[in-house]
Design a binder for this molecule. Structure first.
Ligand SMILES: *Cc1c(COP(=O)(O)O)cnc(C)c1O
Length: 355
């Protein structure tokens, strides 16, 4: 890329050991930054040393939350090569979020190429121990120093990188989920489909309440009827009912279109499993359990890939799924998807790219 400036750090950090990695606490030596103003559009794309930058307290993002982000990973293949998984889809989704939050769109291919350049510079930061990866966080924030309410005229686009450890270092740990009909994550007509910062701020209170009761996360229902399942925590949700995978459809605009969700659907179809994207009520879930038809429940997202659910609690009524253990289908889909991501299996969908 001709117009990407690169300024290398003169003071490289000591890299952590693969077996000491946590999630999201350490950042690499460099980052991507690009600015926007009305006259120039997106301009001054550059890779610079990771570090602080100073802004005014009046900066718009602090007040009105015009902020969007993405999360994806780079993986180290057994032969040392570095792979990405569906990266262009993350930049496409960032533009969908941008549009909803009145943030100017950017060139997805340009952003992907800039990420790949950054990854080449930071390649030694991609860990190699099993199930570790380099987490990639692209985000855009509103930067006008102004406290009136309107879309900002200036923005900054960043990509930062953080090496992360295995999500389940000792194998899957199924999680207990509290079904909330008191709080909602998103409403039809709102911003549920956008990966925007405020959705996360809005979800914290319900999650904290659930944690106090011994649950890992909440399951969200639709805002109008508090009846249909939408998501679990910050993941999409799947139910295995008899031999069919059921997941909420995206038509209402309040469910985030997860790339892991889409990959699980495509992989399941590839292995001749039936998948239904449709409305599913919490009553149907409990009813299926009563009839012995609810075999497995799991969440999907980039961080954990697949997160098995062991228990659901709806207003004190508790059900235990698959005796609290990880189900065969959850395990199978996890194994198959991660095998594609780490370049161990063939990639029939052209999802993986080598840096
Ligand atoms: C990011 C996110 C997901 C998962 O998306 P992936 O692309 O699979 O990582 C699901 N739900 C919400 C609310 C999210 O923000």
């Amino acid at each position: 890329m001709t117009d990407l400036k690169v300024i290398l750090s003169q003071d490289l950090k000591v890299k952590p050991k693969d077996n000491e990695l946590k999630f999201g606490t350490m950042f690499t030596d460099h980052m991507f930054v690009m600015d926007y103003n009305k006259d120039e559009g997106w301009y001054d794309a550059k890779i610079v040393p990771y570090g602080e930058f100073s802004v005014e307290p009046s900066m718009m993002v602090f007040h009105y939350a015009q902020a969007i982000f993405e999360g994806l990973k780079a993986y180290r293949k057994h032969d040392g090569e570095i792979l990405t998984f569906r990266a262009i889809d993350n930049f496409k989704r960032l533009n969908i979020s941008a549009e909803r939050m009145c943030i100017p769109r950017f060139d997805e291919c340009m952003a992907k190429n800039a990420l790949y350049e950054l990854l080449r510079i930071e390649k030694d930061w991609v860990p190699s121990q099993k199930e570790t990866s380099l987490y990639i966080r692209p985000f855009i924030i509103a930067t006008d120093p102004y406290i009136g309410v309107r879309p900002s005229d200036t923005y900054k686009f960043f990509i930062i990188l953080s090496p992360v450890g295995a999500y389940y270092p000792e194998g899957f740990k199924p999680v207990k989920i509290f079904v909330t009909d008191k709080y909602v994550r998103a409403a039809s007509g709102g911003v549920g489909f956008a990966k925007t910062a405020g959705n996360y701020a809005a979800s914290l209170y319900a999650a904290e309440e659930a944690k106090k009761m011994g649950y890992t996360q909440v399951m969200w229902l639709d805002c109008a009827k508090r009846k249909y399942v939408e998501e679990v925590g910050t993941m999409n949700i799947f139910f295995v009912i008899e031999n069919i995978l059921v997941t909420p459809d995206l038509s209402g605009g309040s469910v985030l279109a997860g790339i892991t969700r889409d990959s699980v659907i495509k992989l399941a179809n590839h292995f001749n499993m039936s998948v239904e994207e449709r409305k599913i009520s919490i009553d149907e879930v409990f009813d299926a359990h009563e009839k012995g038809k609810l075999k497995e429940v799991f969440g999907t997202g980039t961080a954990a890939v697949i997160s098995p659910v062991s228990e659901l609690n709806l207003n004190g009524k508790k059900i235990t799924i698959n005796e609290g253990k990880t189900g065969d289908i959850s395990q199978f889909l996890y194994d198959k998807l991660t095998a594609v991501q780490y370049g161990m299996d063939k990639d029939p969908f052209n999802w993986v790219e080598t840096i």
